[in-house]
Design a protein around this ligand. Structure first.
Ligand SMILES: C[S@@+](CC[C@H](N)C(=O)[O-])C[C@H]1O[C@@H](n2cnc3c(N)ncnc32)[C@H](O)[C@@H]1O
Length: 231
């Protein structure tokens, strides 16, 4: 079903529930273990009701914790996403779904306004949702056909750029794992920003680069408020 998302494992379900997902079905092959996980890692979600199923009914990646859920994919409205003044992450044609998920995870943690992707990969693919630990529900995440017209500065985050400050409220564009940013995006950018690296190192991993730039733009000690006792 296109608008129903598979959440494989406990952490994706935990984050989906915390960030307001419309969870349609929760399944477990081990109700006692699920109750223990809730008590240890998410007492804020107790009691968590789940249907008991045979382990074979769970997706392979869900079997380690014996929990899986189905949730509705939220509607996406670009205008609403761009109304938040925080930085927007734009991933140009990301290829590795686990890496894409790691970008969603850090974008959620650092309080980005939205994470947008171009290219063929579906940012809501179960492998990306697993890589993000379900944090897709914490901010708008969507694939777009073209660069959004937002009036914000467009920063090409690229090893060929220059180090410098990150302008507030920018669209921060990151390239694909193998090829980096396209010539078209580099030409459209207002600024090319390099993350300094030791000589001999050619580039950082995509999600690592997103993390470095986002936290630099938040300012140390100025990160978004933590959800105190939640893990
Ligand atoms: C694995 S890198 C791509 C490497 C690609 N061969 C290149 O030269 O751009 C994936 C993306 O992470 C970002 N990135 C990685 N290291 C960076 C650095 N030191 N400075 C700025 N951006 C970086 C860029 O957006 C890059 O397109």
């Amino acid at each position: 079903v296109p608008n129903v998302i598979q959440l494989e494992g406990f952490h994706p379900l935990k984050h989906a529930l915390r960030f307001g997902a419309d969870v349609l079905d929760v399944m477990t092959s081990d109700p006692e273990r699920l109750a223990q996980l809730v008590a240890e890692l998410a007492p804020d979600l107790a009691p968590l009701h789940a249907r008991t199923v045979a382990e074979a009914e769970l997706a392979p990646h869900a079997r380690a914790t014996g929990v899986m859920a189905l949730a509705r994919r939220p509607d996406f409205d670009l205008a609403v996403a761009l109304a938040d003044p925080a930085p927007v992450i734009l991933l140009e044609d990301p290829r590795r779904l686990g890496n894409l998920g790691a970008c969603v995870r850090v974008a959620a943690a650092a309080g980005a306004a939205a994470l947008l992707t171009t290219g063929a990969s579906d940012p809501w693919h179960p492998d990306a949702v697993r890589g993000a630990a379900g944090l897709h529900y914490a901010l708008p995440v969507a694939r777009v056909d073209e660069l959004p017209h937002s009036g914000r500065p467009l920063v090409a985050v690229d090893p060929g750029g220059e180090p410098g400050p990150v302008p507030p409220g920018a669209v921060l564009a990151f390239g694909s794992e193998r090829h980096g940013l396209s010539d078209a995006l580099l030409a459209a950018a207002d600024q090319r920003l390099r993350i300094p690296m030791r000589p001999g190192v050619s580039s950082l991993n995509l999600a690592t680069a997103v993390a470095a730039v986002l936290y630099a733009s938040c300012g140390v000690g100025n990160a978004p408020p933590s959800i105190s006792s939640m893990r």
